[in-house]
Every structure is written in C-alpha cells, then in structure tokens.
Design a protein around this ligand. Structure first.
Ligand code: ADE
Ligand code: ZN
Length: 330
C-alpha cells in the first residue's frame, strides 16, 4: 500500500501504545527504572507469541501503566503517541484510556483526564478521547466516577465512554447500571464485546444502547445478530492483530472481515494496542489487503466507514471525507 495520510484509528488504548522511545522518556522523567537494552524493554512492552488468551494479554499492561501515574507522564505519553500517529499518516484518532488505572499514586481521575487532554492538544492531532470504565470486581465507585467525568468533559476533548478489561471474567450484563447512567447523561458509548466472550455479549451491549462495538468479531457466530448490526448501522471496531494475539483466531483466514462486509455491516480497521501488539494502523490495512485481496475501492470504503463511525463533529467529518477522496483520486 502506498503511504496514506488519511488513516483513522478509532480503537487505540493509550497504555497499549507507549513506544520504546516514549517509555524511555517517561521513565527518565519520573525516575522509574527501565531495562537498558532495547531487547529487554521490547520484551517488557510486547505480548509474547504464545499468549493464550485476553486475560494473559492484559497482564502486559502493568508496566506501561506504571509510566502513567503522574501528570507529566500522562501528558507526555499522549503527546508522544499523537506525534507518532501524525508521522505515520493518521489524520484523526480516538484514543481511549481508563483514568482509574492512573490513580495508583496521587492522581485523581480528573487530573489524569486533564493531563491526557493537554498532551493531545499540544500535539495538534485532531483527536477525541474515549474514557474506559473497567471490568473488575470492586471498582463500582471508580466506574461511576468515570461516567460522571465523561459527562462533564464530553465535547471538551472527550467524545465517548467505553468498557474495557477481561470480558470472559466479568460479563457485559453485570455493567448495566453504568450504561443506564451514561444514557441518562446523553453520553454516547462503545463497549468491548464479542472478543473474549460470545455473541450474547454483543447482544447485551446493543441492548444497553452502545452505538459502536469494540471488536464484535464473535457476532459472526450468530446470523440474526449480524442482521441486527447491519440494520441498526452499528459499526464494529475491528483490530485483527489483537485478535491473533489474544488467540481468538490462529490465523487471519478465520477473521470474519468479508463475512461482515457481505452482510452490510459497517466495519472499521484499528490497532487496539499498537506497542503491545507490535503493529501500526498501516500494517493492519496491509495484513487485510494481503489476506482478503482488498481492492483500492474497498480500502477507501473502510476509511469512509471510519469517518462515519467516528465521534468527530460534522465539520471535521466533512474535512476527512474530502481528504480521503482527494488521496484516492491521485
Ligand atoms: N484493554 C486493552 N486492550 C484490550 C482488549 N483487547 N480488550 C479488552 N480490554 C483491553
Ligand atoms: Zn481494546
């Protein structure tokens, strides 16, 4: 694929996107010990090839999260990531993070959000922030606070709410209260669903009122659910390499991209956790082009889908549509 400068990533976790250079800078700034060799640092940051499932995958987040416990750590992490995305040809991103995971030391969730917003703004990348609630056992108060803050910062750099974490251990159905409250406050939300758990998790997320689904690949196991996704025009945030790393698929031959496209489901291509996965958005497109023989028109359609699925304001969406059409007219 020739280098595009109109790429979009709608599903990208800040703590899963700390590059080696960024990790070194953040560690130095905050006096945190870090491995000297790139090889050792890379091993700490990236998932092992024999990772058996999402639960094991999520253990990789301990180290990057330890770098995100201060204002300057968060601000610089967000700035570095956005700067790297611009260099890669990303014109718009929705970066997500769980503010409660940055409260291990002194920070409050609000301070964490403000710091990330400052880093994004300093970079100049058009970007919306998605705040994640976490699937966990004893964090109801923290999740409620995330919803409240999401409402407060909505339209001020924050664009939506999400639910992330171990889907197989903490089923979507247990989190209804959060999304009742999000709806009451007029907050749009996406939910990680149909990744480590099956189609019923996606069904549940739709019943809660999710306007997008993170991953959603397991919906491919249920024809009527796919019909519903198409009829309700609910975009799926697909992250192919992530699904390989969490062992949902052994290889991309089983990845349901064409199945979803044939049924008229709005699919988008994203990275999830580029540093932990060892990928970039350009690489995700390349993998899909190679595996499914996507044509230029199909790649353009996937990019158009990302614009329509995004939480960007209308004027920005229009600018993005124009940029895609201009790049593909060349
Ligand atoms: N947090 C980071 N990556 C995730 C994933 N793939 N699923 C759930 N939570 C996550
Ligand atoms: Zn994710």
């Amino acid at each position: 694929m020739r280098k595009l400068t109109c790429m979009i990533d709608l599903h990208l976790h800040l703590d899963g996107a700390i590059s080696m250079e960024s990790a070194r800078q953040l560690a130095k700034l905050q006096d945190i010990p870090i491995p000297e060799t790139d090889e050792a640092l890379n091993a700490l940051l990236t998932v092992s090839p024999d990772c058996k499932d999402l639960n094991e995958f999520l253990e990789k987040f301990a180290f990057p999260c330890s770098l995100l416990q201060t204002r300057e750590g968060l601000e610089n992490a967000a700035f570095n990531l956005c700067t790297e995305l611009i260099a890669q040809g990303v014109m718009y991103a929705e970066i997500r993070f769980a503010p409660q995971k940055s409260c291990d030391r002194k920070l409050t969730q609000r301070e964490a959000i403000v710091a990330v917003l400052a880093g994004v703004k300093r970079s100049g990348l058009p970007c919306g922030l998605i705040l994640c609630c976490m699937r966990d056992a004893n964090n109801q108060a923290e999740n409620r606070e995330t919803v409240e803050l999401c409402g407060e910062y909505l339209g001020k750099g924050v664009c939506a709410l999400d639910l992330a974490g171990a889907e197989a251990l903490f089923p979507t159905a247990d989190f209804e209260d959060l999304f009742v409250e999000a709806r009451r406050r007029g907050i749009p939300f996406t939910i990680h669903a149909g990744e480590a758990d099956g189609p019923k998790s996606v069904q549940c997320a739709l019943d809660f009122g999710a306007v997008r689904i993170g991953h959603g690949v397991r919906a491919a196991e249920d024809e009527s659910l796919m019909e519903r996704l198409a009829a309700e025009k609910i975009p799926l945030e697909l992250c192919p390499t992530s699904n390989l790393n969490t062992a949902i698929y052994a290889d991309l031959s089983g990845f349901p991209l064409r199945k979803f496209m044939e049924r008229g489901i709005l699919v988008t291509v994203n990275t999830d956790d580029p540093s932990i996965e060892g990928t970039t958005i350009a690489r995700e497109y390349e993998l899909l082009i190679r595996q499914f023989g996507l044509s230029g028109d199909e790649v353009r359609q996937l990019l158009r889908n990302s614009v329509e699925a995004s939480f960007a304001p209308d004027a920005l969406k229009e600018k993005m549509r124009e940029k895609i059409e201009a790049e593909f007219a060349e």
